[in-house]
Design a protein around this ligand. Structure first.
Ligand code: S3P
Length: 203
């Protein structure tokens, strides 16, 4: 399901009630955290970033976790943190780029939440991550090639998300957040047998 511009007939964002957690997935640099914060404000719910939660639980930064415990331990902690967050009140949850790739994490997200892939071109992703350290997978001699390889391998898995929204260069966080809310409402409308993600507040 692809983004479309806001229409005058859409209900105001203030009238929307989040009934199911919205999980943002996609590669590093897609904008999951920045857009997610705006989306949470729009919907009047808590914003949570799974990487920050893992860092708080471990008392270490992501690079320190990768360096001292290794990636498998990080993935295990990531799955447990996300499972805990999914059991709490509906919120906007930004996940690290590898979370949705792990089958067990993906299954838990599919069972309890609505997933949104923020899709972006490799050029856009690279422009956003190239000067930002702190991503151990990109700590490599040719980080752009690593990102390109992750993009190629992971995109078919991200495509399993309930909703896909394209991140365009120059699009504001506000317009991205509104585009996601609109796309999720269309997804809900097309799946009436499923618990709704976004409801409308009673007058
Ligand atoms: C990772 C992405 C990072 C972080 C970790 C691993 C990945 O999160 O979880 O460095 O596997 O793509 P962001 O997508 O928020 O950068």
């Amino acid at each position: 399901m692809i983004d479309r511009p806001r229409r005058a007939s859409d209900p105001p964002a203030e009238a929307l009630v989040l009934c199911r957690t919205l999980v943002l997935v996609g590669l590093m640099g897609a904008g999951k955290t920045s857009v997610g914060k705006r989306l949470a404000t729009l919907l009047g719910v808590r914003f949570v970033d799974s990487d920050s939660e893992i860092e708080a639980a471990a008392g270490m930064s992501i690079p320190e976790i990768f360096a001292t415990l290794g990636e498998p331990a990080f993935r295990d902690g990531e799955r447990r943190v996300i499972a805990r967050l999914l059991s709490e009140a509906p919120c906007v949850l930004a996940t690290g780029g590898g979370a949705f790739i792990e089958p067990r994490t993906r299954e838990e997200i599919a069972a309890q939440a609505t997933s949104v892939w923020i899709r972006a071109s490799l050029d856009l992703l690279w422009d956003r991550v190239r000067d930002r350290p702190g991503r151990p997978l990109l700590d490599a001699p040719d980080p752009r090639a690593v990102l390109a390889d992750l993009d190629r391998r992971r995109s078919p898995v991200y495509a399993l998300a309930d909703v896909t929204v394209d991140s365009r260069r120059g699009a504001s966080h506000e317009s991205m957040a509104r585009g996601i809310a609109a796309a999720v409402r269309r997804f809900d409308a097309g799946h009436p047998a499923r618990p709704p993600t976004i409801g409308v507040a009673e007058e």
